[in-house]
Design a protein around this ligand. Structure first.
Ligand SMILES: Cc1cc2nc3c(=O)[nH]c(=O)nc-3n(C[C@H](O)[C@H](O)[C@H](O)COP(=O)(O)OP(=O)(O)OC[C@H]3O[C@@H](n4cnc5c(N)ncnc54)[C@H](O)[C@@H]3O)c2cc1C
Length: 397
């Protein structure tokens, strides 16, 4: 029998797509190849998996939302901390900058590009602070604490109200979850400081005319009612334009007096993709086929936020979400195993309609559509499902 050669599989990016792809490849390809025949290398610019969907947590409570790669994959996976600069597809190698800034090459047989997205930022002159990473989350946490302490000393009623007011600009899932957690924490802290918690105001600014455009209007309305019950005031059809010294100008000319303006503006494909030498859409996502194979790049696959993935039956393009990245990763493991073993590979399918929202401690909402019916779960059970999805996506048992 012919001896199988060793295969080196390199995964760029240890976000949700990368770690889940790694898990499935270990499960599916490794047993097919046999012991010692698969070298798995994960390369990421950070030494840890960032639980990006929980970014609002450190903005509220100083929670830890990173998982070191060493604890996620204690054995059988090599980890390199490095920033990938470009892919030399003809030579099947990539160029990266290691921790000391030195350029290094790495050869691969199979390459999975899962370099994800970056969070959209407002222009520098728009003021406020964008929730873009761990540092900005910590900054937000310091600012709102500081504002409440200022409110305690404030003698002017109007000024005290301003210190106790926060605006979250951008009402996608990140804006919704951030608002719900923040208002709860602010009220609790206000109480502890002897302030009247009902004076805390949290505006959620929504450019659209309703929340949750991805689902039915009645579910968006239910979500708004739940937010209102927690103390969040949703302002529809208005965008934040800029914040200057506590004056937040809105697109309809109104000025809100705020102590803090937080931007949660959604995601953009990783700009690094532009230098990787692979075919991109006009929007900057990697072009792949229905098996996640990158066009004109043998051995390279791409999934997650960085790839444009289209359902060949419905023609629908997957969104930049964690749940879609996780499902793609699961299928990718099977595609790669099929490609290596010479079988026919499974084809991409859109994710079922399913959305979860965390609405503050122990509160959540889940919506799914099954058999043409809208199913909504709220309260503690909604939160349990929400927490399960967060943990599952980050391989936490
Ligand atoms: C605040 C917030 C809330 C969200 N909430 C939800 C939600 O509730 N539900 C949901 O489904 N989705 C949500 N999303 C979207 C979700 O986070 C993304 O869809 C998901 O992170 C995509 O996973 P990914 O692995 O493709 O990319 P990412 O998570 O962006 O991971 C990319 C990885 O690649 C690494 N990397 C990037 N460039 C390089 C390079 N050049 N070299 C080496 N490494 C590199 C990064 O360090 C990172 O580890 C949210 C996003 C944000 C920001």
């Amino acid at each position: 029998m012919k001896e199988k050669k060793e295969i080196t599989c390199v995964i760029i990016g240890g976000g949700y797509a990368g770690i889940n792809a790694l898990k499935t490849i270990r499960k599916t390809l490794q047993p097919e190849l046999g012991a010692g025949k698969l070298r798995l290398i994960l390369i990421d610019k950070q030494p840890y998996h960032l639980r990006k969907v929980l970014l609002f947590k450190p903005a509220v409570n100083d929670d830890n939302i990173v998982v070191p790669f060493g604890s996620l994959f204690p054995d059988g996976v090599e980890f390199i901390q490095g920033m990938v600069m470009t892919i030399e597809k003809r030579d099947k190698r990539l160029l990266y900058q290691d921790e000391s800034g030195q350029e290094q090459h790495l050869k691969y047989d199979i390459l999975i590009l899962a370099a994800g997205s970056v969070i959209r930022q407002p222009d520098a002159d728009q003021g406020g602070i964008a929730l873009t990473g761990l540092a900005s989350a910590a900054h937000i946490r310091e600012l709102w604490h500081e504002n409440l302490r200022k409110a305690v000393k404030e003698t002017s009623r109007a000024e005290r109200q301003r210190w106790m007011t926060v605006a979250v600009a951008g009402a996608g899932i990140s804006g919704i979850e951030s608002s719900a957690e923040l208002v709860y924490a602010l009220r609790k802290e206000a109480s502890a400081l002897g302030l009247d918690p009902s004076e805390v105001i949290l505006y959620l600014l929504n450019a659209q005319d309703r929340l949750f455009q991805e689902g039915p209007a009645k579910v968006g309305m239910k979500l708004e009612r739940l937010l209102k019950g927690s103390g969040v005031t949703v302002l529809h059809g208005r965008k934040a334009i800029r914040e200057r010294e506590g004056d937040l100008l809105l697109s309809d000319g109104e000025i809100l007096k705020v102590g803090l303006c937080i931007w949660t503006l959604g995601l953009l494909p990783n700009p690094m993709l532009r230098s990787m030498g692979l075919p991109l859409t006009a929007h900057g996502r990697v072009i792949v086929d229905a098996n996640y194979r990158v066009k004109e790049a043998p051995g390279i696959y791409s999934i997650g936020d960085c790839a444009q993935i289209v359902d060949p039956v419905s023609g629908l393009t997957d969104g930049m979400t964690c749940k879609e990245a996780t499902a793609q990763a699961d299928r990718l493991g099977k595609v790669i195993t099929a490609d290596v073993m010479g079988h026919s590979a499974p084809v991409h399918k859109s994710y079922i309609d399913f959305f979860c929202f965390g609405l503050g401690p122990e509160r959540g909402m889940v919506w799914t559509r099954q058999w043409g019916l809208d199913i909504v779960i709220t309260g503690k059970l909604g939160w349990k499902v929400r927490k399960m999805t967060w943990d599952y996506a980050s391989l936490i048992k």
